[in-house]
Design a protein. Sequence first.
Length: 444
Amino acid sequence: LKENNARQMWHPMAHPGDQAAHPPKIITRAAGVRITDIDDHAVIDAVGGLWCVNLGYSNDVVKQSIADQLFELPYYSAFAGSSNPPAIEAAHAVQAFFAEDGIERVFFTSGGSDSVETCLRLARQYHRLRGEPTRTKFISLKKGYHGTHFGGASVNGNNRFRINYEPLLPGCYHLPAPYPYRNPFNETDPARLAQLIAQAFEDEIAFQGAETIAALIVEPILGAGGVIVPDASFMPLMREICDRHGILMISDEVITGFGRTGDWSGARHWGVKPDMMSTAKGITSGYFPVGAALISGKVAEVFETSKPAEGTISHGYTYSAHPVGAAAVVACLSETLRLDTKANAAARGTQLFDGVRKLAEKHGLIGDVRGGHGLMTGIELVSDRAQKTPLDGTTVKRIHEAVYEAGAMVRMSGHNFLMSPPLTITEDEVNSVLGALDTGFASV
Ligand code: PMP
């Protein structure tokens, strides 16, 4: 396995020619919150797979449900004109999680990028159905991450993920992120920064013409961009502007949905009801690839009251409402409720956030610590605190490896460490992660 590790398989987000020099870690087994590599080194998975393993790796209820469903009905298409029992149950369960957010309908996909794409497409179709076909453009945030499909990449706010694939979807515009540590306004006050971004949004709408804009897509807490938590006024400001100009608001909850932030949705922290939500990850805790686009009553009504000739959704996936995936959703969500993972995410998230802030008093390499809403924590590494100079990649990698050796897997993203452990993590396990970080920082 080690010999072939970097041969046939190209690894996502990696340089194929670099794989031999930096072979990807081979993870062979996992239990609870721990993963074990091919050399039998076990660590706490403070990444939660990829922000998704909310229930940890040992949930037998989910495993058994998947196995049972494989023997009952392993697959049938739900493309048009067919359905299956677990998919019906899963839609019911998902809607219940987000009823408080105004969500009424569920469109199943195969993952987060598919869910984003579904929301973007439905946004355009919604406006066409309402007799406003000129509303085709999308607005999003710099540092936002919305997956890898062409639509998602177009609204992506990180040039690195767009540059090689131009020309992307025309008519996509990016506002500054609510990131007080670095922003083009040099504004460190989060509330004033929110005002400035709201003004930039208004300016963009005035420039483009409101009648050309389909939707705003935002993460309620930016994940891959570095765990950026906006000021409490930010999302309400965005919602109000969208409403005033007839623009739909899509909340990308692929990471933040299903409890990770300490509530069932990220939008709920800010008291806003989005028109659509893209979800995935925690919907099955990584046990099966599933996503879902969630649709509010306002949007659903336009589709459901239109004539089939216009309102038919000409969009779907071979694996939309996959019965085994749907069985995973049903089991995962019932376990999520039984274990009350959102409560643990809130408590352990505070512990992790406070713990990292304490480490920052000791280690000058920690420039900024972000989080405070559940189990999403970001650490920005700098070589000079006053200048905010990003720490060089070689040192970041060395610390990352030292943290791994000391017992925790964290996510390296540029000069940031990001953490999103399983929502089932215990107090002692959070302390172990903090200990591994401490050792890692002390090693350079
Ligand atoms: N949106 C957000 C906010 C995400 O974090 C991600 C994945 N990290 C995606 C979309 C894409 O999801 P997937 O990788 O499952 O396609």
